[in-house]
Every structure is written in C-alpha cells, then in structure tokens.
Design a binder for this molecule. Structure first.
Ligand SMILES: *[C@@H]1O[C@H](CO)[C@@H](O)[C@H](O)[C@H]1NC(C)=O
Ligand SMILES: *[C@@H]1O[C@H](CO)[C@@H](O)[C@H](O)[C@H]1NC(C)=O
Ligand SMILES: *[C@@H]1O[C@H](CO)[C@@H](O)[C@H](O)[C@H]1NC(C)=O
Ligand SMILES: *[C@@H]1O[C@H](CO)[C@@H](O)[C@H](O)[C@H]1NC(C)=O
Ligand SMILES: *[C@@H]1O[C@H](CO)[C@@H](O)[C@H](O)[C@H]1NC(C)=O
Ligand SMILES: *[C@@H]1O[C@H](CO)[C@@H](O)[C@H](O)[C@H]1NC(C)=O
Ligand SMILES: *[C@@H]1O[C@H](CO)[C@@H](O)[C@H](O)[C@H]1NC(C)=O
Ligand SMILES: *[C@@H]1O[C@H](CO)[C@@H](O)[C@H](O)[C@H]1NC(C)=O
Length: 354
C-alpha cells in the first residue's frame, strides 16, 4: 500500500483566501511556504484538514519534519479506530470526520467519498488492501509517528471480522502502548483470554463495553479508574464477581444472579463494604418479582424532600415504575428503581447514588 495522498486544495488558493497574515507577504504568483516563518506555517496547518496536512508531509522529508514538529505537542484531532464492516482510522474535528476506510475492492482504492450524518460532514478516503488488519496498523503507526496521538479515543473491535488476524491485531494493540479511552469489544466466540490479555496491556481505559460470550470461569479485573462498564452476556457473573466489578457506572445484561445475590450486593453497598465509587448500576432484563423481593428485603428510607435526588433526572425514554430510597452508613442516599425501557427485554433494575 502506498502512503495515502488525498487531494489537496491548491496551496495558493488556500493561503490567499484564508490567511490575512500570510497574504501580507506572499506573492500571488509563487508560494514559497517553506520560506515562511514556522509560526506562519503552523497557522496555515491550523486551517487545513488532516488529509491535507498528511499530504503536505509526503512532499519532502523537510515537509515531513515540519509536520512532525507541528504535532509535537500532541495531535489535536480525536483518533478513532474501527475494526468491523467498515474498518477505518478516523479523525474527529468539531463538526467533521476524516476517515481512511479500508476496502478489499481494488477498484475503490483512493476514491474520496463525502456524506453528511447528523450534521457531521464525513470525508472518507478508501484504501485498498489485500490484508486489511495489517494495513490498518501499518497506517496507524505511520500516522502516529507523524501526528503523535495522545491516545485512541475510541476503539471498536469486532473479533469476528478478521478471525485469522486476531493474534496480529491483539499484538499490535499491545505494542501500540497508547491509552484507549473508550474500548468496545464484540465477539460471538468465547474470547475471555484474549480480552484479559488486552486489558492487562492497554492503559487508560475509561469506558469498557463487552459484547462477548465468556465461560463461567471468566474473571474480569477492571482497569483502574473505569467510569463505565457494560457487560452484555453476564452469565459468568456470580455474587463474588459482582462485588469485584470496579467502575463508577455498571450495566449488566443476561445475568443469572439470584434475588438473594442482588440483595447481598445492595446490602454490601449500604454497609460501605464495596463499590464506594459506584454512581449507578443497571441490571437489565429482570422480573418484576425480583424488584418486589429486593424492596421487601432492604431497609427503606423515608423520602426526604430536602434532598434533590439524581433519580429525578433519569432519562425520559424510560418509564419509571417503582422506586424506593436507601442510605449508606455514611449518609449517602441512593434510589433503587425499576424502569420499563424500549428494549424487548423490558424491565431494568437500577440504583442511582446521590
Ligand atoms: C497532494 O498535494 C499536492 C500539492 O502539494 C497535490 O498536487 C496533489 O494532488 C495532492 N495529492 C492528491 C492525491 O491529490
Ligand atoms: C511575513 O509577515 C509577517 C508579519 O506580517 C512577518 O512577521 C514575517 O516575518 C513575514 N515573513 C516573511 C517570510 O517575510
Ligand atoms: C457491510 O456493510 C455494507 C453496507 O455498508 C453491506 O452492504 C454489507 O452487506 C455488509 N457486509 C457484511 C458482511 O455485513
Ligand atoms: C445527533 O446529534 C445530536 C446532537 O449532537 C445528538 O444528541 C444525537 O444523539 C445525534 N443522533 C444520532 C442518531 O446520532
Ligand atoms: C464465583 O465463581 C468463582 C469461579 O469463577 C468462584 O471461585 C467463586 O467462589 C464463586 N462465588 C460464588 C459466591 O459462588
Ligand atoms: C477500584 O479502583 C480504585 C482505583 O480506580 C482502587 O483504588 C480501588 O481499590 C478499587 N477497588 C476494588 C474493590 O478493586
Ligand atoms: C486514577 O485517577 C486519579 C484521579 O483522577 C489519578 O490520580 C490516578 O493517576 C489515576 N490512576 C490511573 C492508573 O490512571
Ligand atoms: C422472590 O422470593 C420468593 C421467596 O423468597 C421466591 O420464591 C421467588 O422465586 C423470588 N422471585 C424471583 C423472581 O426469584
């Protein structure tokens, strides 16, 4: 694969139309950008999109050095990686997305596509590759060398997309070393060991979304400082493992916890034995009877109207059916509630702290 070279606006047109500072001393005929002071060049870069900057960097080794210097404090674009149907590296700006999307159709190579989605302009440059997983990481590494990414803001990994390449992908992710803030993993197969391997080597995960199947022995040690954890298939979670999930917000679905397990969980919270940082937990697809059982078992607190509880600001797409208040032994309030949501599995049991 050759280095991506998307179309670039004509340099002089770009500069003359957008930069009064540079206009002052740039001849309309010739455009000696490399003779500009570095800050003026950076000023030009700040008005270019990432495709244009990357293209500029390929003109010469000097151009490349200048671009690297420009990005030395860190890349200002948000970096996203998708390994799915539509495997891509994307840069997010305020209202734009620039994306390299890989294709196995050779005739699509270097085609630039535009579309608009929900007010965001998407500019997509297609890149042909016979080995998409490998090309993706080769491009990522070259772009990182040039643009100095702070992290991967969002990474979606469908492990069934290139199953024969998963070892390579996982190795590349581990080698990449930069934090991944929002990590979503999908797998139809039991991928427990691979997922643990990745979680042990990736830093800075703030949000983790696991839509994968696991066997009953699976044990998840949550990354530190996790603020969001979603587990789609939670059949492997028993009380011990539930008490060890460490995240400010937890969502579980398809679980096999008993009413007694759930009561024990809430009781452990009430006595400050676990989940001191928990702000919200939602357990999807419960029976109404489970809520009744929990409600009968746990001590209720009288509604205190002087406390404005966060539960009053729950999302409106959910219909709150029932709720009651509990209090932790340090005086912290929480609301336990049952909501009807639009999903087919209907009822969700939740606890919202504060
Ligand atoms: C990259 O930029 C150059 C000008 O520096 C331009 O001539 C060329 O067309 C651009 N590349 C592509 C693929 O458009
Ligand atoms: C261009 O003009 C700016 C201010 O107008 C000046 O600081 C800069 O040195 C000039 N650059 C060149 C290459 O003459
Ligand atoms: C991939 O997505 C395209 C539309 O973007 C769709 O036509 C195609 O069927 C999808 N392929 C698979 C294997 O899901
Ligand atoms: C569209 O954008 C608005 C505001 O940015 C956002 O709240 C909404 O969720 C978006 N809708 C979709 C379908 O992405
Ligand atoms: C939960 O499962 C683990 C094995 O995965 C086991 O060690 C632990 O004792 C179980 N806890 C309960 C409460 O059953
Ligand atoms: C949860 O994570 C925090 C750091 O983010 C740590 O201080 C705390 O000990 C962890 N709790 C458990 C039960 O692992
Ligand atoms: C967790 O967050 C705290 C405070 O935000 C920070 O001081 C600490 O370094 C973080 N730990 C890790 C492992 O990121
Ligand atoms: C609720 O508790 C009763 C009695 O403890 C039990 O028989 C019933 O199965 C429980 N309901 C559910 C949904 O587990």
């Amino acid at each position: 694969m050759t280095f991506p070279t998307p179309p670039l606006l004509s340099w002089s047109a770009l500069i003359l139309s957008t930069s009064p500072v540079i206009m002052a001393n740039v001849s309309k005929m010739e455009f000696p950008i490399l003779r500009l002071p570095i800050l003026a060049i950076f000023n030009v870069f700040s008005m270019m999109n990432p495709f244009e900057i990357i293209n500029f960097s390929t003109s010469s080794s000097k151009c490349r050095k200048i671009v690297k210097f420009y990005f030395r404090p860190g890349c200002k674009y948000e970096l996203q990686l998708h390994i799915m149907n539509g495997t891509a590296i994307s840069f997010l700006g305020a209202r734009n997305i620039w994306e390299y999307e890989f294709t196995s159709e050779e005739k699509e190579d270097n085609i630039l596509k535009h579309h608009e989605s929900n007010g965001t302009k998407v500019e997509k440059l297609m890149k042909y590759s016979a080995n998409i997983a490998e090309s993706l990481f080769n491009l990522l590494k070259r772009l990182d060398d040039l643009m100095n990414f702070k992290n991967i803001e969002f990474f979606l990994f469908e492990m069934g997309r290139y199953p024969l390449q998963n070892d390579l992908i996982i190795q590349e992710i581990k080698n990449f070393k930069k934090p991944i803030e929002h990590f979503e993993i999908f797998s139809d197969e039991d991928a427990g060991n691979d997922i643990i391997d990745m979680l042990n080597h990736v830093n800075g995960i703030k949000s983790l979304d696991l839509t994968a199947s696991f066997n009953k022995d699976f044990e998840l040690s949550c990354p530190p400082n996790l603020s969001w954890l979603y587990i789609h298939d939670s059949k492997w979670i028993n009380l011990t493992k539930l008490l060890e999930l460490n995240s400010s917000e937890i969502q579980i679905r398809d679980h096999e916890l008993t009413d007694m397990d759930l009561c024990a969980f809430f009781q452990s919270w009430i006595s400050s034995e676990s989940h001191s940082k928990l702000e919200k937990i939602e357990i999807h697809s419960v029976e109404r009877e489970t809520f009744e059982n929990i409600s009968q078992t746990l001590p209720h607190e009288e509604d205190d109207y002087s406390v404005v509880l966060k539960v009053n600001r729950l999302k409106t797409r959910e219909v709150q059916l029932e709720s009651f208040y509990i209090k932790r032994n340090d005086g912290t309030w929480a609301t336990i509630y049952l909501v009807q949501n639009r999903r087919p599995d209907g009822l969700t049991l939740g606890m919202l702290v504060g």
